[in-house]
Design a binder for this molecule. Sequence first.
Ligand code: FAD
Length: 377
Amino acid sequence: MTAVTSTEILIVGAGVIGLTTAVHLADRGRKVLVIDQGAPARQASWAGAGMLPPGYVTQAFSPEARLRSLSCQLWPQLNQRLRDLGCDDNEYHQCGSVLLFEDTAAAVESVRQWTADGAEAELLDERDLRQSLPQINDCWSVAVRLPQQAQVRNPRHLKALLQACSKLGVTVRQDLCCPALPCSENLHAIAVNGQRIEFSRMLISSGAWSGDLLAGLDCSLPVHPVRGQIAQLQGPPGLLSTIIECERRYLVPRRDGRILIGSTEEHAGFSVATTDAGIAGLRQFAADLVPGLADLPLVNQWAGLRPGSPDELPAIGLLPGSRNIFVAVGHFRSGLQMSPGTGAVAAALLCDEAPAIDLGGLEPERFLQLQTDVSEL
Ligand SMILES: Cc1cc2nc3c(=O)[nH]c(=O)nc-3n(C[C@H](O)[C@H](O)[C@H](O)COP(=O)(O)OP(=O)(O)OC[C@H]3O[C@@H](n4cnc5c(N)ncnc54)[C@H](O)[C@@H]3O)c2cc1C
């Protein structure tokens, strides 16, 4: 006889998006089951660097800025909730960041953009830069400082979220791979590993695999894997105290002296292997920014799969053509920073409540339009 499990809300994917949403739902008293095709919390969310840029809801006008700002506002609350529940420390803290630029005009424009979003941003000339970051290579002379930038230590945050789920009665089950969804506007059960899982509502938060999961539907979403490699050095604690970013690569110092160098951006299918060339390129980048890092030992290296989307923004909302399947996918490079906001709005949608921000520009439908446009060419 087939085993049957019933839940109110089924979440497919135990990454930061699925688990944060589960915490919000459990706090509303909902019965939640989270399934993962492998071990929970071990994919992109575990692998990321945990940089959390600033923003202010009242001044955020783009869809990206609205979700980032809401998340920025919710990070301290989520962190407090995890602490109140007695979860392990996730090392969330405000460490600031310095963004390096090759020319002053680009730096001035960056200050303008951050300030327009309501964040504090300060232009640093050569003297300011040397004063705030004496370790930096002499060739850099212009930068922007974001004092409100924060960070979280991914593996520890994911562990804390799993602990919170357990304490709040959320069931998280591993090695249950949700099959490709059939075309149905009212789907209330799936069969996984000979088990039947019944639910009222479902949230798809399956990261880079979401495109494949939804591929059989008329409303498939173009979410694809983008590999990012990270090299981790061991330095003395305090060698760097702030995040340093240069275009799309960065250095993130942890409290125990470890320094993350990130990251590559590669289309390599679902492979999470690191490559000699990728890690060597990251080490060279680090040495170009801070020469003192060249001799530090490499203690770890890994890769993760970002859930890429055509406009680099997530899709959050009801799956087009469905009445009870929601998606929160495609967060690309911003899933950690946007996770508290995404969890809050996804939980609100699943509970028929109004989301805290306007989700215009993040609707899943925008990709359907794109696919239609492409096929008409
Ligand atoms: C190197 C790197 C650096 C990054 N740095 C940052 C950063 O500094 N700041 C930031 O905000 N973001 C960063 N990101 C991006 C961020 O990590 C992702 O956007 C985020 O983790 C996506 O979360 P997710 O929950 O959607 O996906 P994931 O964490 O990948 O979780 C999805 C889960 O779904 C499961 N799953 C998939 N298919 C199925 C199925 N059919 N059935 C059941 N389960 C399934 C998977 O096993 C997985 O556990 C980085 C990413 C990488 C790779």
